[in-house]
Design a protein around this ligand. Structure first.
Ligand code: ADP
Ligand code: MG
Ligand code: ZN
Length: 449
């Protein structure tokens, strides 16, 4: 039997706001002494009241807009109740049935995509993008578990896709894209190693009914893999799950619905928690925070301050600037490089320097954009141009000598065999290997008249 992977993704992204989600404690907890960035609100002390962080909500909405979501005019926060030491209040403030953003999509596979036929774009549906707060961090030391509340209450955005991925490769492509988008928006560093971005793939397999056109229903089980802290591990965990589940299904059994973790030492996923039924979080509206209303003009004014995003930049660079997809992809990977390129082309325009040439310098000569200003790069290119454009006098002298030594080619050319000039160009190039071919050709043509 042939199976087709069905994969959906839940991604958490920590926002880099100044303060936490519901209090004024510093949000950046990296490298801080444990439990130094806390207050009654993020420690969950009785009576403390949460005040939502406007910047964080704005960041969440920007992510939603970048993922083509509908931004809902009416949203609210809810309490998600569960009992665990990393959650001092006994509930997490999250969003349940009325999140900020719903029903978006992203496309995978532009011109540079290698695992889809060229030109094909795959649409991944985004189910929702919602706002919540991070939990405290548990540190296990032998028999003891320590809790650091510096992370408690840090703004966290959750991005949930529909189960539209069919391979680990697609998942990784999506993750890179998502990381690129939040970095462009400058709402998160999305640094995997620091835990700014955390991934939970859900994986199941269905019978591959290619061509049969029977109605597709999702498998009745799914396996969720938690605590993955690199794209590479996500890829390996998914591939491992596909193999493991295929074996179970091939024996006529159904994989158990459970949460598993990736064990990098053993190179496999291991059981963490078996869900008998869906966990009951007893969600209810957060009574301490009034619902949030966005008018269409509120949404438009957030959209206004968003930068040009990678897909649009990529299109501009290929369709209008006529760069190759390869060059455009490299130049748009990082917003800083893209903006540097744009600035340099504006200056280059006044000196008649082509965009392609500027792209070459940035890509092939690995220009350090933090050290060389756009105007300085243009000066470098101008100097190089002067160096390579030869003194015409010198060139003419050498050409005159070559014409004397190669009478046959000269006669051929004069008798209409114009391709003979190629031979002569070759001869001149032996003397000036770095010279511009067009320049040589011009001078040769003049001399042959
Ligand atoms: P839960 O109730 O466990 O949170 P959801 O239906 O809300 O499950 O989905 C959580 C994630 O799992 C989503 O990203 C969704 O796309 C994905 N998912 C749902 N069903 C499946 C399935 N059969 N196989 C793989 N992923 C799935
Ligand atoms: Mg889940
Ligand atoms: Zn606090």
């Amino acid at each position: 039997m042939n199976y087709k992977p069905v994969i959906g993704l839940e991604v958490h992204v920590e926002l880099k706001t100044k303060s936490k989600m519901f209090c004024s404690c510093k949000a950046d907890y990296f490298g801080e002494k444990p439990n130094t960035n806390t207050c009654p609100v993020c420690l969950g002390l009785p009576g403390a009241l949460p005040v939502p962080n406007k910047k964080a909500i704005e960041g969440c909405v920007m992510i939603g807009l970048a993922l083509n979501c509908k931004i809902n005019n009416f949203s609210k926060f809810d309490r998600k109740n569960y009992f665990y030491p990393d959650l001092p209040k006994g509930y997490q403030i999250s969003q349940y049935d009325q999140p900020f953003c719903t029903n978006g999509y992203v496309y995978l596979g532009g011109e540079t995509n290698r695992h889809l036929p060229s030109g094909t774009k795959k649409r991944i549906r985004i189910r929702r993008v919602h706002m919540e707060e991070d939990t405290a961090k548990l540190i296990h030391q032998g028999q003891d578990s320590l809790i650091d509340f510096n992370r408690s209450g840090v703004p966290l955005v959750e991005i949930v896709t529909e189960p539209d991925f069919e391979s680990a490769k697609e998942v990784v492509e999506y993750l890179k894209k998502l990381q690129q988008i939040v970095r462009y928006l400058n709402v998160s560093d999305a640094d995997m190693e620091k835990g700014n971005m955390r991934l939970e793939p859900n994986i199941s397999l269905m019978i591959n009914d290619k061509g049969l056109r029977i109605k597709k229903t999702l498998p009745k089980y799914k396996v969720e893999v938690k605590n993955i802290n690199s794209f590479r591990f996500a890829e390996k965990a998914i591939e491992y799950e596909i193999k493991r589940q295929t074996e179970i299904l091939s024996e006529g059994k159904t994989p158990v619905q459970e949460t598993r973790g990736w064990d990098e030492d053993k190179q496999k996923t291991v059981t963490q928690r078996i869900k008998e039924e869906a966990q009951d979080y007893r969600y209810f509206p957060e009574p301490d925070i009034p619902p949030i209303r966005f008018s269409d003009s509120d949404i438009a004014s957030i959209e206004c301050i968003m930068p040009e995003l990678p897909d649009v930049k990529m299109q501009r660079f290929t369709n209008i600037y006529r760069l190759s997809a390869y060059d455009a992809e490299i130049l748009t990977r990082d917003r800083k490089i893209a903006e540097y390129f744009d600035e340099t082309t504006v200056i280059g325009f006044h000196h008649e320097i082509k965009r392609k040439r500027i792209a070459n310098y940035i890509i092939n000569r690995k220009i350090d954009i933090n050290k060389i200003l756009p105007a300085e790069l243009i000066q470098i290119i101008i100097k190089d141009n002067q160096k390579s454009s030869l003194d015409e006098d010198k060139l003419s002298k050498v050409i005159a000598q070559i014409l004397i030594e190669n009478q046959k080619a000269v006669t051929d050319y004069k008798n209409g065999k114009v391709q003979a000039i190629g031979f002569l160009i070759g001869k001149v190039k032996q003397h000036f290997p770095k010279a511009d071919t067009r320049q040589i050709k011009n001078v040769l043509e003049k001399s042959l008249k």
